[in-house]
Every structure is written in C-alpha cells, then in structure tokens.
Write a protein that binds this ligand. Structure first.
Ligand code: KG4
Ligand code: ZN
Length: 338
C-alpha cells in the first residue's frame, strides 16, 4: 500500500511516497529558510505563498524519484493540523484535489502523530507498543504514552516555550543566524557545559510538565550582565543546552518509571540535537531501555512520517475529500480526528 504524503504545516514543503507505513520510496523536503532568515523567524504569509509555488513540483519530484505515476498510488495522506492555517490550507487543498481526481482514499493526519511514527520509517524492527515518546520540536514539547497506533495520551507538556523555540530564541540572543537550533548545537560543541549554572525549571514537583521560558530569560539577563558581556558564547551555548537536556532527561526518566513501557522514542526537530542524543543513549544504556531515534531527515518536519501515520491509523484516519478542512488547533486526542 503506497501512500503519497503531503506536509505543509509550517515552513517545509514536503512530499513523500511510503510503502506499508515503513519503506520510504521517496522523501522530498524543500526548505524555505532563505525566505524567512532576514526576518529572524517564520513569516506565515511568506510560508503559505512558498507552499503554493513549490507543492506541485514537490509531488512530481517525489513521484519521479520513486519511479511511480499518480495512478499507481493507493491513497493520499495529508497533515490537517496543528500548524499555521495558511500553510495547512495549501497542503489540504492539494491533497483533496488529488484524492478526488484520482478516486483514491484520503487520510487526515495530526502533525504530532506524524512525529511519533518517524521511528517506524525504513526499519524492520519498529518500536513495540506500549512505548513512551519524547516529542520535542519548534512548536511542541511533550511526553506521550503510546498504547497503540490510535491510543495516545499526552502525560507531560510545556507550560510556555517549546524546547525548539527556546533553542531558537537563545540562539538569537547569541547573535546566531536563523534557524538557530542547529547553529547553537554546533557552537555548543566547542564550549564548556559547566561554565555557567543556568536554572533547571520544574513547574510542579510531581508533574511531568516542562518549562523553558525562565531558562531563556536567565540567559538573557546573564548576557546583559558585566560577567555575561565577557563570557565566551560557546560556553553560554553549551551551558544553556546542558540545562535543556537535563530538564528533558529528568522528566523522561520520571515518566518512564511511572509507566510500563517496552521502548522509548525521541522525535521532533530537537531530537537531532547532539547533546540530547548523547544523553538519551547514555540513559538507555544505564537503564537497559530499548530506544529509537529517527535519522535527522525524519526528526525534522517531513512527509514520510505523515504517510506512515496515515498507514498505521488508516482505519480511523480516512476522511472525505469533499469535506476535509485544515485545523490549526487540531487537538491531539485521536477521537476528535474523525
Ligand atoms: O520538528 P521541526 O522540524 O518543526 C516543528 O514541528 O516545529 O522542529 C524544528 C525545531 C526548530 O526549533 C529547530 O531550531 C530545532 O527543531 N532543531 C534543533 C536542532 N535541529 C533542529 N534544536 C537543537 N539542536 C538541533 N540540532
Ligand atoms: Zn514538526
């Protein structure tokens, strides 16, 4: 069963062809960074216009790479939310038109469920249920208990900034170019993570929730202080990154101890962070936990994960090509997807 995946929830115009929710026949992602960089962040209007300009060619590109023609696909999977409304609408409208014209089934996917299926791509041993997911991206940071393909529950979430947002905002304070997360990661590799003791916030003692805005603010105050003005930026980057990783790993460990999980997965753009990956692997060795981290191209936004989610959720994700609508605030719980 080959599904065409379409993902346009934010600023990546992505298409993919995936067989049986696992084998990636093609995955194409056109990055719009050059168009947003001079504004220091994503401009929603520019993002939707770029999707309009790029999407048809991205579909053709994926088909060409997979050596398939449109009539050979078995259905279309599209991200219907959450995300930027103008961006989502472009993908949803295209997917509806394609599915309707081809007479093939259409599947509506929650972007965050997509991230959870990223570790299923291109591997013969997918994560066994039930597993725990740490989903850390530019828009979301949450811990999810995954009982089955459609039985997922958020057990911890950020009260303010997402982890990726904290990386991007702190990178900006350090004068790094947009998008800042990967830049800060690179800079931190040359710094001392113990140079500065930034706070490790915890919203409530027994909670699995996260908070990053206080950390970002304390980096800002530090940089404005006399000591901060002389501090090496690579040390500040490494110390900030260490605080984020500590907070994420502490919450992940607590969540793991509370459940009965057979595996733990890391997903979302921040899963590509080198310090987080190292800490995660060390933790898994120490606690004898089976872990999964998707390769970098499936950690960040992509359409292969959307096609995979649609395949695994196909019994309930099927939607009517005439009535599907984008939902920028699509709730996480599966029941409300129908
Ligand atoms: O999953 P994603 O591509 O898009 C969202 O759904 O948000 O995540 C993008 C986020 C950005 O905030 C980016 O700075 C961050 O992931 N990111 C990283 C790294 N690579 C991407 N943050 C820290 N270290 C990285 N290596
Ligand atoms: Zn994402």
């Amino acid at each position: 069963m080959v599904l065409l995946g379409i993902e346009t929830s934010c600023d990546d115009t992505a298409t993919a062809l995936v067989a049986d929710g696992r084998d990636v026949l093609a995955s194409v992602s056109t990055n719009q960074d050059a168009f947003h960089a001079k504004y220091g962040g994503i401009v929603p209007e520019i993002a939707s216009r770029r999707h309009v300009a790029l999407l048809s060619a991205a579909v053709e590109d994926a088909l060409g790479r997979a050596n398939l023609a449109l009539p050979q696909i078995n259905g279309v999977a599209v991200t219907r939310g959450p995300g930027l409304i103008g961006s989502l609408v472009v993908g949803v409208a295209s997917a509806k038109a394609l599915a309707f014209a081809l007479g093939k089934p259409l599947y509506g996917v929650n972007h965050l469920h997509g991230h959870i299926f990223a570790p299923f791509l291109d591997r013969s041993d997918p994560p066994p249920y039930p597993f725990l997911a740490l989903l850390v991206s530019g828009g979301h940071s949450q811990l999810v208990a995954v009982e089955s393909a459609t039985g997922m529950r958020i057990i911890g979430r950020t009260h303010d900034d997402a982890a990726g947002e904290a990386f991007d905002k702190t990178a900006r304070l350090l004068g790094l170019p947009y998008p800042g997360g990967p830049e800060l990661d690179r800079l931190a590799q040359r710094g001392n993570p113990r140079a500065h003791a930034f706070p490790r916030h915890r919203p409530a003692a027994d909670s699995l929730d996260l908070s990053f805005s206080g950390l970002k603010t304390s980096v800002r105050y530090f940089l404005e202080s006399p000591a901060g003005r002389d501090a090496k930026h690579e040390d500040v980057a490494a110390s900030f990154q260490a605080a984020v990783v500590d907070v994420l790993m502490a919450r992940l460990h607590a969540a793991y101890k509370r459940g009965n999980y057979r595996a733990v997965i890391l997903s979302g753009g921040v899963a590509a962070n080198s310090a987080l990956q190292t800490a995660f692997r060390t933790w898994s060795d120490r606690n004898d936990v089976t872990v999964f981290i998707p390769p970098p191209q499936y950690c960040t936004d992509n359409a292969a994960m959307v096609a995979a989610a649609a395949y695994h959720q196909r019994d309930v994700a099927r939607v009517d090509p005439l009535t599907l609508s984008a939902d920028p605030n699509l709730p996480f719980e599966f029941a409300s997807l129908a």
